[in-house]
Design a protein around this ligand. Structure first.
Ligand code: BGC
Length: 761
């Protein structure tokens, strides 16, 4: 392992000795040439400097090509590298070798000895690290409604990311998941701004550690993304235009980012998409006015992958690369995730500054943000770490948390006549394309971008079938019936031993049918029909003909529509993409060792033309008011946001409110008693909603304002207290102001009939 870099240490010591006032960033900035500054703003993918036939492909085993690295770091002063080579997970030891080569050159051969800022996507565990602890995807994490688990995921992921010598994590995703068609729904935390905010801030705190001391070698700098308004393109397809009025952007999309910034997030990645005709990468309004001037963000703003080039090639808002760079940098981008061709970026930006088209002050500002992060991460002092200092990498202790997270995420959506839990001596036939593969448990960003290497890297973990077999031995049998393909294209599925599977189903007592989606990420996950695939539906229908009760397990990144089969299923478990311990957690739930407590962080739609989320207006619920002809005008999702069953029952009583009228910023205290009236211990998510009964802009039917997850033993009662004030009742008007209008509001606890009216004066 590399020794502490002497120059950085001396420099800092010297600076502290002569003047405690001097800022090392400013000192360094003063010494830098324009070329060196511009280089800091350039970010490349590691394939560019790895040995291999070209910039897109690397040799295996992977190693750094010192000449290519020298060209990037010494000649072009490139400041940041990202990603893994050949899109493949590596062991911490391989990461150590790569980072050692990179940081040695950066801190010994470059004139100013500035370390490289290495960034990675460790979005549910360290995506690209063999042996890392893989948590459920963020959507599943949100289904736990347990901020402590969000913190734990952040903390463990930070530890393991650093163990790979990677100090900067492109996570969490804070995009509002308001469109179930969207391929990246699984990467975010669902459709409610409040839930995303509460969970997101905890992930940031977990990543960055106490007081955001990211110099600590067990924490990382978070990079919240994709600012702003990314996940709601009109088409439902990735990186296509969205039309979002400013007040909507502020009321629904901005709060999670604001919360994460308040939690101290050190950096931010920009939305690859286009809002109201303007690519966000050139939006001075969104990047500089809103983010810097209004929200006061002082951290690093990085572009998304190739998005400055996209301004030319895709969006046609710039005639060439140079104009694109000018627009993006002037809008507020500090660092360009160029990915491959860094030379034109550097040359063009240098020319732009010389011509006066980009001001030196803008360059200084950008480089200041970059250098500050490098200092904050203590990279000058300690550019690399020693793998041996991370004994808990991939440990059972970490795995236990990932298991708990999966166990609290999985959401029981249906349980007719209490069919679950099953007896351990029951004869269970496990089948379907997700039954015996790690890929549909992990989903996107797992060992590779698209997740197609999961069975190779995670073969030691239990698939759903293996986990069930662990519980009941030979009483479990498996035949796929339908299989997912091994290729990258997630849509490939085919019959495998189909008739044999139907025959086996006839002999079983229960069928555990595992359907859903094979892994995909980003654009390749675009789809034209949200309905579950024809073959999977057909298989479910053929299995139904056996007359055997079916427990449907859905392992999927977004809610594929199941209306053709849902009513015939005896039980439905939404597994999301639950990670490496998803199989174990599902089996524990199916056999009653774990009482499910997940609640949907999204609305599960029932039909492709009805994708309205729970955040909607009264006009979207018209069935009862509109009379005889309004057959399909109501809001009738398959399952509601916030819904999830337990094996025990909870009763809500004694809703008490401290006052029936508030004004100014007076608090309103709400108390409710929750009792476990069943026979099993269980966790319940107590949810508080408010409704504005009359407002100058048509209000949402209801809004989540607070929640708390509690554990109750059978017979136990707990009183849950929530405090809100007028700011919790506010909305953004057409002048972009948050206002709370006087009037009457209704409180509601979860889906209970407990409501209470109060007024704001
Ligand atoms: C994605 C980002 C990711 C980046 C780097 C992009 O394609 O949109 O979420 O952080 O690649 O891998």
């Amino acid at each position: 392992m590399m020794k502490k870099h002497i120059w950085g240490g001396l420099c800092l010591l010297a600076l502290t000795a002569c003047t405690t006032q001097r800022d090392p960033v400013e000192e360094l900035l003063k010494q830098m040439t324009l070329e060196e500054k511009v280089g800091q703003m350039a970010q490349i993918t590691v394939d560019v400097v790895a040995k291999g036939p070209n910039r897109y492909v690397s040799d295996e085993p992977v190693s750094i090509d010192m000449e290519l690295l020298r060209n990037a770091l010494v000649d072009y002063h490139v400041g940041s590298i990202i990603n893994t080579a050949n899109n493949r997970a590596r062991t911490p030891a391989v990461w150590a070798t790569l980072l050692n080569d990179i940081q040695t050159m950066a801190t010994q051969e470059t004139r100013l000895k500035i370390p490289v800022l290495y960034g990675i996507d460790a979005v549910h565990g360290v995506t690209y690290a063999a042996g890392a602890t893989m948590f459920p995807q963020e959507l599943a994490l949100a289904a736990t409604w347990n901020p402590e688990l969000a913190y734990a995921m952040g903390e463990i992921t930070a530890y393991e990311t650093r163990a790979c010598n990677l100090p900067w994590n492109f996570s969490p995703v804070l995009d509002l998941g308001a469109d179930p068609r969207y391929a990246r729904l699984c990467e975010g935390m669902g459709e409610d701004p409040y839930l995303v905010s509460r969970m997101g801030e905890q992930i940031v705190k977990g990543y960055e550690g106490p007081n955001n001391q990211i110099s600590d070698p067990y924490h990382v700098a978070s990079c919240i993304k994709h600012y702003l308004g990314y996940a709601v393109p009109v088409s439902g397809k990735d990186r296509t235009p969205a039309y979002i009025p400013d007040h909507v952007l502020r009321e629904y999309h901005l709060p999670p980012f604001k919360a994460a910034l308040e939690a101290g997030a050190h950096s931010l990645m920009v939305n690859s998409g286009i809002i109201n005709g303007i690519p966000v990468h050139i939006s001075y309004d969104i990047l500089t006015k809103l983010l810097r001037e209004e929200l006061g963000f002082t951290g690093l703003i990085v572009s998304d992958w190739g998005d400055i080039e996209n301004l030319v090639n895709r969006d046609k808002v710039a005639k060439d690369n140079k104009e694109a760079i000018k627009l993006a940098v002037n809008a507020g981008i500090d660092m360009s995730m160029i990915a491959y061709n860094y030379e034109p970026f550097c040359n063009d930006l240098i020319a732009l500054v010389k011509e006066g088209a980009v001001k030196m002050s803008r360059i200084d500002d950008a480089v200041r943000h970059i250098l500050t992060l490098k200092f904050q991460l203590n990279l000058f002092e300690q550019p690399t770490v020693n793998v041996a200092d991370y004994p808990k990498f991939g440990s059972d202790e970490h795995g236990q948390k990932a298991y708990e997270t999966a166990a609290e995420a999985i959401t029981l959506l249906k349980n007719t006549n209490g069919i679950l839990p099953l007896r351990k001596n029951a004869k269970v036939f496990v089948t379907g394309p997700a039954a015996h593969s790690m890929r549909p448990l992990n989903g996107c960003w797992s060992y590779s971008w698209q997740g197609q290497l999961a069975d190779e890297f995670a073969g030691d973990y239990n698939t759903i079938f293996e986990a069930i077999q662990d519980k009941i031995g030979q009483n479990a049998t498996w035949i796929p019936g339908v299989r997912y393909g091994q290729e990258m294209d997630y849509r490939v599925e085919y019959k495998e031993r189909y008739d044999e599977a139907l025959a086996a189903a006839r002999r079983a007592e229960y069928i555990v049918l595992c359907l859903g989606e094979n892994s995909y990420a980003e654009k390749p996950g675009d789809l034209v029909d949200l309905t579950l695939s024809k073959l999977q539906l057909q298989y479910a229908k053929d299995l139904l003909k056996t007359g055997k009760p079916i427990i449907l397990v859905l392992a999927e990144g977004r809610p594929r529509i199941i209306r053709e089969i849902a009513s015939d299923m005896q039980a439905i478990l939404m597994a999301y993409w639950p990670g490496n311990y998803g199989g174990d957690a599902l089996a524990a739930i199916i056999f009653g060792e774990v009482n499910p407590s997940g609640k949907l962080p999204i609305t599960y739609p029932s039909a492709v033309n009805s994708l309205v989320t729970y955040l909607h207006k009264p006009a979207e619920e018209q069935a009862n008011s509109a009379g005889m002809y309004n057959y399909e005008g109501d809001f009738t999702p398959e399952f509601h946001f916030g819904f999830g069953l337990s094996f025990t029952d909870f009763a809500y009583t004694n809703l008490c409110v401290s006052t029936t009228e508030i004004s100014g910023n007076e608090p309103l205290e709400i108390k409710v008693d929750v009792t476990n009236t069943g026979n099993l211990p269980g966790k319940e998510v107590v949810q508080l909603y408010t409704s504005d009964l009359v407002a100058s802009m048509t209000p949402d039917v209801k809004r989540l304002r607070r929640f708390e997850k509690i554990m109750l033993q059978p017979g136990e009662t707990k009183t849950v207290t929530f405090v809100i004030d007028a700011s919790d009742l506010a909305f953004v008007n057409l002048k972009n102001q948050w206002i709370t209008e006087p009037g009457t509001f209704m409180l509601r606890i979860g889906n209970t009939s407990l409501t209470h009216l109060f007024s704001y004066k």
